[in-house]
Design a protein around this ligand. Sequence first.
Ligand code: UDP
Length: 487
Amino acid sequence: MDDFECSNVKPHVALLSSPGLGNLIPLLELGKRFVTLHNFKVTVFIVPSPTSHVKTQILQSAMTPKILDIIELPPFDISSIIEPGAATVRVIRVIMRVIRPSLRTSISNMKSRPNALIVDIFGTESSPIADEFNMLKYLFVASNSKFLALTLYTPFLDKQVQGEYVEQKDLLRIPGCSPVRPEDVVDPMLDRTNPQYHEYVQMGIEYANGQGDGILVNTWYDLCAQELKALGDDHLLGQIVKVPVYPVGPLLRQSGSGRSCSKELFDWLDMQPSKSVIYVSFGSGGTLSHKQMTEIAWGLELSQKRFVWVVRPPTIGTADAAYFKTGSDHPSDPATYLPEGFLIRTQNVGIVISVWAPQVEILGHPSVGGFLSHCGWNSALESFTQGVPMIALPLYAEQRLNATKLVDEMGVAVRPKELPTKNVVGREEVQKMVRKLMEDDTAGGMRARLNELKYSAAQALSKGGSSCTALSLVAKQCEERFRSTVP
Ligand code: UDP
């Protein structure tokens, strides 16, 4: 009998992931830490979603060796309850609402009932299920504590701020935290009349009240000290959030089998000079407008720098529209949407990959010296820990917030004069940023800061480090709950 069949022999944690790889990837890493560092049993509940091709790969690599028990919840249909054209946050929240009965049934049928339920940012409405089964309950924030602070404080901003956030003249103030530029607010705050805004305000209320035992964040203390202090201070955000906040990151995938799966790419990278290649990618679901894609293509070509670019067909609709589109992760021919002749003219300096590439391994390759990124938090963490400076082109979700942190607070990225969500970033500006990052001294200073970050991340994760200790505190609570349930 293997561990997964044994009942009640060790503490057991259940993780609930919403659709979207940006949440799933670090959640799987969190699960692995509970197994490898604390010898827990871990079950991951995942929600069926159309981006199945890549997700299958991610799950397969997370399952090798098989240390996590992964349960896909049954398919669901939300077509009759969701308004046509609903925005992403609203769709995900509705999905996470409708899967609750099947989550409840799955838990109730388990021989070894989990001692804790850890949900991602969209799963907080499942808390009553944890209560029902005497489980501890935690929220896991795959992003950083700035995002957490903004989400917790939005129900207050909702009362304080008149009109749209993006139209405010003043910075948005959050007690104890660096202020938020109005144009950097997260997507659901862009339009207060959209139903997804109300879902987001509700998420803030649930984070403050609903998650009884704590909030885990994918960052480490030194990286986000200001917000983490504010979250723990009863005169600042600690007034709002009644539970401890545990920075347990960075939770990152380790380099895996990517190299062997993409032999041609790595053979090419092996032949390039050190730090000469810029890697261009917009995350697991981000898509560009046709115009923006054309300008990036021209910008790369004009810069005459070497590149690896992960492309997906241009978007029709919002930049995150690919998330729920069936088949959006199937490779298609880039020649059909890149500028005419681009692939031929750049064949000696660049490689274009359709839809998905082994990012962690690419960023870790010595030839890679820059990353043009949408600033998803996983990508940012991967870049920090591989010491690769960035160009910030945020597209959606909390990426504008991340971009400002990377550029203004941390000094590890450059960005265009105007946000790409306001105006298309033209080829001249793309060219200039690429040259700046790959050529001049700017990158040297950034690399020095990144080296410090890399060191501080490693310290946080090492025995006795802040993130390792924070996870141990959570594990201890789970162990105590486990012991109290064993007859
Ligand atoms: N990723 C990858 N290959 C790709 C695109 C993305 O391995 O071609 C991984 C990337 O390494 C990161 C995750 O997918 O771990 C994307 O998460 P992030 O938070 O950066 O962005 P999101 O997908 O949530 O927008």
